[in-house]
Structure formats: C-alpha cells, structure tokens
Design a protein around this ligand. Structure first.
Ligand code: NAD
Ligand code: 0WE
Length: 264
C-alpha cells in the first residue's frame, strides 16, 4: 500500500522489541515512511540502532534524547535538520513515574517529587518536543501522536499519579491541536489497552490486569503493538487529514464497558 510514502517520521520511545513505539515503527516502515529515532540513554542505543537496521533505516538518524533535558531535545532537531529539510511525523511514546508511585493507595503513595517527575517526563515532554519540532513541521500537513491510557479518565488501581499525568497529556494534545492546526499540524493520541512491555513488566498484578482486560473487552482479548502501530500509521498519514485533537481507543473495546460480570 505505502500510504506513508514520502513521510519523514521521528519516533521517541523505543526501548525494546516489545515497545509500542516498535510496533509503530514497523507499521510506518511497511507503509513506506523514512524513520529517525531517539533513545533515552546509552544503555538503549544498541537496541534502537538494531531496530533502525532491521527496518532498513539509516542508523545515522538515531539520536540520544532524555526528555528531561532541554539541551538534548534541541540537539535532536539541530542534528535532524542537517539531514532532513522538514519533519512530517513526530511520535511521543514516553511515560515514567518513580516505581513507588505505582503501588499502594493514591493518597498514600503520591509525593510532590513523584508528581513533578511523572508530569515532566510523561506530559510536559510532549509540549517540549512539539515546540522544538515546530520549525521543521510547520506548513507541510504534518502530524504529532502521543500514547495515553484510559486511567486519564477513569480510576485504575495503582496507576495513581500516572493517571493525572495522562490527563495532562490528553489535555496537552487538545491545546497543541488548537494552536498548531493553523500551521498545518494535526495532534492526536492513541489510548491503548494494557500490553506487556518493559513499562508494564514488574508492575504488581499486571498479569491479572491483562486477564481482566481479556475478560471485559467486547473482543475478548487484549491488543497488540501491531494493532496500535496500524492505527498510528493511519492517524499520522494523510488518510486522517480531517482528524485532530482526538484520542482514539485501541483497546478491543474495553472503554465502553461500565460493568462486566465476573463469570461469563
Ligand atoms: P516502553 O517501556 O517500551 O516505552 C516507554 C519509553 O519511555 C521507553 O522507550 C523509555 O526509554 C522512555 N522514557 C522513559 N523516561 C524517559 C526519559 N526521561 N527520556 C526519554 N525517554 C524516556 O513501554 P510502552 O508500554 O511501549 O510505553 C510507551 C507509551 O505507551 C507510554 O506513554 C505508556 O504510558 C503508553 N501506554 C502503554 C500501555 C501498556 O499497557 N504498555 C498502555 C497504554 C499506554
Ligand atoms: O503507562 C503505562 C506504564 C507507565 C509506567 C510504568 C513504569 C514501570 C517502571 C510509568 N512509570 C514506570 N516506572 C517504573 O519504574 N501503562 C499504561 C502500563 C500500566 O502500568 C500500570 C498499569 C498499566 C496498565 C501501573 C499500575 C496499574 C496499571
């Protein structure tokens, strides 16, 4: 098909073969996009360059970027600008809260520092990246995509301060969409159902959550990074030229259910 042919994309958030960002990169490559990547730190550099190689992308377009650093964010676009005269797609697939924030009761676990870190890395970073990418993205039918989770809207046990950060991220998507629409930039989010990635590994009871998602979803299963990738490719392509400011669920339908019986 190749519905992303001619598109140049930057993907932020690959950490392993199971990352949602990896599923997105695979769909983008299949549809003919050219892809640049960032990695959080040197520990992840090898994995990201290997993925670039596997997808037939230039390993020269893999840049370090810890999103808490304004200098590293600026350096990415300065370097990218040397190879590309513009950018069509920016994917933000980043989320983090200190581990202690994601266990126990909300009131008990939340701290000023946990709040600040989770919002800085998981929500502010979208605005920061969009701001730095703007000169390369304006006036070319470009698109920005972020990854969110339904705990932004409804309470999920243990997700705690990350729920507040995702609510901020979804609001950021709308404010960016309103502000950047006139400059030819669409901004959307995908709200994914639970997937066993690195960010999910080690979360207490994650297997139970996957089982609950399978049981409660109309499709009676969880979703894959391939399914999120395909939706991401659509939303970031010109096929979605009329869609901005939207959060699209890729969750096998779970979000529509207000109640499910335990056995059935
Ligand atoms: P993942 O661990 O593969 O990806 C998370 C990424 O965040 C990693 O690449 C990591 O390097 C990056 N990151 C964390 N702190 C960073 C920092 N300071 N600077 C730069 N990068 C940083 O896990 P994932 O599940 O693929 O997560 C991707 C996105 O999808 C996140 O926004 C997550 O909240 C969201 N999401 C995940 C699920 C799920 O169940 N896995 C469901 C819905 C939404
Ligand atoms: O967004 C996420 C994961 C976010 C995440 C995960 C970690 C684990 C390691 C953020 N920060 C950290 N910090 C770490 O130290 N998801 C949507 C997956 C997820 O995480 C949960 C979930 C679900 C679903 C945490 C508690 C409850 C449900």
């Amino acid at each position: 098909m190749g519905f992303m042919k001619g598109k140049r994309a930057l993907i932020v958030g690959v950490a392993s073969d199971r990352s949602i960002a990896t599923g997105i990169a695979e769909a983008f490559a299949r549809e003919g996009a050219e892809i640049a990547f960032t990695y959080q730190n040197d520990k992840l550099k090898g994995r990201v360059t290997k993925l670039a190689e596997r997808l037939g992308q230039s390993t020269d377009l893999c840049f370090p970027c810890d999103v808490t650093s304004d200098e590293e964010i600026d350096a990415v676009f300065e370097a990218l600008g040397k190879s590309w005269d513009g950018l069509d797609v920016l994917v933000h697939s980043v989320g983090f809260a200190p581990r202690e924030q994601l266990e126990g009761g909300f009131t008990e676990s939340i701290t000023r520092e946990g709040y600040a870190i989770s919002h800085d890395i998981s929500a502010y970073s979208l605005a920061a990246l969009a701001k730095a990418a703007l000169p390369m993205m304006e006036s070319r039918n470009s698109a920005i995509l972020a990854l969110t989770y339904n705990a932004a809207q409804m309470v999920v046990p243990n997700y705690n301060v990350m729920g507040l950060a995702k609510a901020s991220l979804e609001s950021c998507v709308r404010f960016l969409a309103a502000d950047l629409g006139p400059k030819g930039i669409r901004v959307n989010a995908i709200s994914a159902g639970p997937i066993k990635t690195l960010a999910a590994a080690g979360i207490g009871g994650f297997r139970k959550m996957l089982a609950y998602a399978e049981h409660s979803a109309p499709l009676k299963r969880t979703v894959t990074i391939e399914e999120v990738g395909n939706t991401a490719a659509f939303l970031c392509s010109d096929l979605a030229s009329g869609i901005t400011g939207e959060t699209t669920f890729v969750d096998a339908g779970s979000n529509i259910m207000a109640m499910v019986f335990p056995e059935e």
